[in-house]
Design a protein around this ligand. Sequence first.
Ligand SMILES: Nc1ncnc2c1ncn2[C@@H]1O[C@H](COP(=O)(O)OP(=O)(O)OP(=O)(O)O)[C@@H](O)[C@H]1O
Length: 235
Amino acid sequence: MLHVRNLRAGYGDRIVLDGITLSIAAGERICLIGHNGAGKSTIMKSITGQIRPAGGEIHFAGGRVDGMAPETLVRLGIVQVPAGRRVFPQLTVRQNLEAGAFVRRDKAGVAADMDRMMRQFPVLSSKAGMRAGVLSGGEQQMLAIARGLMARPRLLLVDEPSLGLSPVMVDEVFDFLAGLAGGDMILVLAEQNVRKALAATDRAIVLSQGAIVAQMASAQLLSDTEFRRAYLGAE
Ligand SMILES: Nc1ncnc2c1ncn2[C@@H]1O[C@H](COP(=O)(O)OP(=O)(O)OP(=O)(O)O)[C@@H](O)[C@H]1O
């Protein structure tokens, strides 16, 4: 479904990613693991068109997509939930969800998805008429993810969903993400909370200094002593 080949990308003259190659199948849930500055966000920005790769190719659903504008990519089903739970604080929960569907023309489909969303996530339906700005941090993060879902993504990228949240809220948000399992949508998660990220995904891609240093089943990585020492502290 998603194939990245020999991706080179960076900012101005500075190349941050040098030769990233990865493939993700429909329905897979992937986490990108790496210390600050390893290149997780830069991979996401390359896939979503926020930065133009300096080299390599990105193929999605059979077509080449690198260099395309972010809005074109959203129409193709590549949607990012940005870090920092950026919801529209003055709009209601329902209006925020409607805003997520801005690229869609199938009004009936949007209405059906809205109903489904409300049934699936009572935390949102109980506050549908409230302004998003008054929700808790965890609820705003869930709303930001749900708003991304309203675009009907085939690939959803979620950057640092736990950023700035209390442990209880982090649990809520990850339960919410777990509720998205099943189906053909690809989930790509970049997350500093390594334990949570591994528990929520099928496969982990470990990055260091802009290169992939390991790829394996998320559950398997947790039993790797060297990995535990490097990413979970000495245990
Ligand atoms: N807008 C930017 N301009 C210049 N350099 C940048 C920019 N954004 C990121 N970088 C640099 O690119 C490198 C990779 O950053 P990136 O944000 O992809 O890492 P990350 O793994 O997502 O880490 P973090 O968790 O800190 O966001 C870092 O050295 C960072 O300083």
